[in-house]
Design a protein around this ligand. Structure first.
Ligand code: AMP
Length: 140
């Protein structure tokens, strides 16, 4: 899959589309999923242009995992999440819908993920409030 510079996450990285930002550093951006599978569902993306894990550099992969850990810890602290599920889809055949590498950071249990993926837009007011709580708990 060649990288499509017009995908929605590339537009978020360029500031062309808004997001509920949780954390940003030189290599990564963390923000809320607007079709959440649980309350607090977040995404972490690299700034590097890569469609799947298989095109991502080792350096960007490490940076993404550092940010994933920050976001998961913040979800635990801010929301009292007992569990945090990571999900990462590679390729349309796997169900990937946005062709820019991302890790889903989902507070809750695998049982919560049985409902369909990326189908219904969530309540923006609730997502914003959750974003503020999680962002405030992210340790730099
Ligand atoms: P995947 O199916 O693994 O590619 O996941 C893509 C995720 O991006 C889905 O969970 C969508 O809900 C989410 N998503 C799509 N558009 C946006 C957007 N504009 N802001 C935040 N999340 C989005």
């Amino acid at each position: 899959m060649s990288y499509d510079t017009n995908n929605v996450f590339a537009k978020i990285l360029r500031g062309e589309i808004p997001c509920f930002k949780l954390f940003e550093d030189a290599h990564t951006l963390a923000f809320m999923d607007i079709m959440p599978q649980t309350e607090g569902h977040a995404l972490v993306i690299p700034k590097e242009a890569a469609t799947t894990l298989f095109e991502l550099s080792d350096e960007a992969a490490a940076a993404v995992m550092r940010t994933v850990r920050k976001v998961g810890l913040a979800q635990k602290a801010a929301l009292g999440a007992q569990g945090v599920v990571l999900m990462q889809l590679n390729g349309e055949a796997a169900g990937q819908t946005v062709p820019h590498f991302h890790v889903h950071v989902i507070p809750g249990s695998i049982a919560d993920l049985r409902k369909p993926h990326a189908t219904a837009t969530g309540d923006m007011g609730q997502i914003k409030a959750l974003a503020e709580k999680i962002a405030a708990a992210v340790q730099a």
